[in-house]
Design a protein around this ligand. Structure first.
Ligand code: TYD
Ligand code: MG
Length: 451
């Protein structure tokens, strides 16, 4: 430890100096110099040393016995549970429920007899106690430590044989070897890389909580993503009770998976049937609304898309989009104009995906297009009709991945009619007893929806 010293290194070119400078004298970059720890302990990246290379078939894999979080949905996002020795970064806005989620996970693990440790550097033991009371669980195997000094936390982890540790939050912990204040880039990086070393050498799973600031930048967890095994983001505005947990990086599972949770008076609960949540009852259908067969990761999800096209009081009409990509909406409007003669030039256009959800895949294009035309013509899309298809620049409707899963979900929710791309339809195994209307281009789709 004594041989470690702090130096100041430029993040652009790697030049070092013994003191901080606003501008790197080597490459001339401004504000790129940050404090770093150099020396034996800082260079140990935590991978256990071995004598020499081994055949791949001889590598023991029994250590990948995963531990359940108590939330089957979350286990699925993690790729089947928590891997021992992994480091998971949970990012999210303050107040979204990160501490609540992790306390619940630890409580569930403790209930199964695993020894777990919750380290809080932000709150008092009393506050944790009050939260634990709300979620209504607690056993002897869930230990809580209020401490913000990182070496002391490491000692606690080393001396107690825990299987999972939560550090809440990485921004509030302090490493005494670095002079900058807690939450600075140098501090959070050093703490994260030492936490990784600790996790790998002791086979404990470590959760790091990181706050994301609104501008996303200040020492935010983004600068830590490459250091850890898994990065989860906890999303949802505090005015809605629904929360989405999204994997953006996962060494032990697939990304793009989401879990839907709901914040209640007694902690977070899983949303059992997310599709029914985001879809209005099949009977109601007003102009400007469509039921889109969406996909979140490997899960099909029915989502309601709403559009409003109205006369604009302004010389420059507005295009306001929430939950969908604005540039794709502009493209859809252009294709509608050019290929189907649907003009929205002087009109305001609003698009909204119900329930605060975000649709990111092009397969939702056709649903958005039909919602727009439906609002413009004041004509509802027939009830119980599900829609999917990607819109090409020449007005063609392109095939979508996993049509089978989408139809299955739509049929499960009681929809019995679907407008789908004709391309790729021959590969469909089962029509799910649905009335399938296959379309090749946007004009055919408009005919199918509004004939
Ligand atoms: P918290 O987990 O402290 O958020 P974070 O750690 O991400 O900053 O809690 C977030 C909010 O959740 C807080 O405003 C209180 C609320 N809450 C509930 O609604 N129900 C509960 O059971 C608990 C524990 C908290
Ligand atoms: Mg918190």
């Amino acid at each position: 430890m004594a041989t470690r010293k702090t130096i100041f290194a430029c993040q652009e070119c790697g030049a070092t100096s013994p003191k901080w400078m606003g501008r790197c004298p080597d490459c001339g970059a401004w504000g790129s110099v940050i404090e770093e720890l150099r020396g034996p302990a800082g260079t140990a990246k935590g991978v256990k040393h071995q004598a020499g290379p081994v055949p791949i078939s001889k590598i023991p894999t029994d250590s990948t016995q995963r531990s359940s979080t108590g939330f089957p949905e979350l286990d699925r996002v993690l790729g089947g549970g928590i891997v021992p020795g992994s480091v998971i970064l949970l990012g999210g806005d303050p107040g979204v429920g990160k501490s609540t989620l992790l306390l619940q996970i630890l409580a569930a693990q403790a209930l199964k007899g695993e020894k777990v440790l919750y380290v809080t550097a932000e709150e008092s033991l009393r506050q944790i106690g009050i939260r634990a009371e709300r979620i209504g669980r607690g056993t002897e195997d869930l230990l809580v430590l209020a401490q913000n000094d990182f070496p002391a936390v490491r000692e606690a982890v080393l001396s107690s044989s825990t299987s999972t540790v939560v550090l809440d939050s990485v921004q509030a912990l302090h490493h005494p070897d670095i002079s900058s204040s807690p939450g600075s880039i140098s501090q959070v990086r050093e703490i994260t890389s030492e936490a990784v070393a600790l996790a790998k050498s002791r086979d404990v799973a470590i959760w790091l909580i990181g706050h994301v600031t609104k501008d996303g930048a200040i020492a935010g967890p983004r600068s830590l993503e490459h250091l850890v095994d898994t990065v989860l983001y906890f999303e949802g505005d505090t005015s809605h009770s629904y929360r989405i947990l999204r994997a953006v990086k996962n060494r032990y599972g697939s990304t793009n998976e989401i879990a839907l949770l709901e914040m209640t008076g007694g902690g977070l609960i899983e949303v059992a049937d997310p599709s029914s949540l985001f879809l209005p009852s099949p009977g109601r259908r007003s102009p400007g609304s469509t039921a889109v067969m969406g996909m979140e990761g490997t899960r099909a999800l029915m989502v309601e898309v709403q559009a409003l096209v109205a006369a604009s009081p302004f010389p420059n009409p507005r295009r306001t989009v929430s939950g969908f990509d604005l540039s794709r909406v502009l493209l859809i409007l252009a294709v509608l104009d050019k290929r189907a003669g649907v003009q929205t030039g002087g009109l305001d256009v609003f698009i909204n995906v119900a329930g605060g959800l975000r649709l990111t895949e092009p397969a939702a294009d056709l649903g958005v297009a039909l919602a727009l035309v439906s609002s413009l013509r004041e004509k509802p899309v027939p009830t119980r009709t599900a829609i999917c298809g990607e819109l090409g620049l020449s007005g063609e409707i392109r095939s979508v991945p996993r049509l089978q899963d989408r139809l299955q979900e739509a049929s499960r929710l009681g929809l019995d009619r679907a407008i789908v791309p004709s391309a790729g339809l021959e590969r469909l195994r089962d029509k799910q007893n649905m009335d399938l209307i296959s379309v090749d281009n946007i004009e055919e789709a408009l005919d199918a929806a509004f004939a």
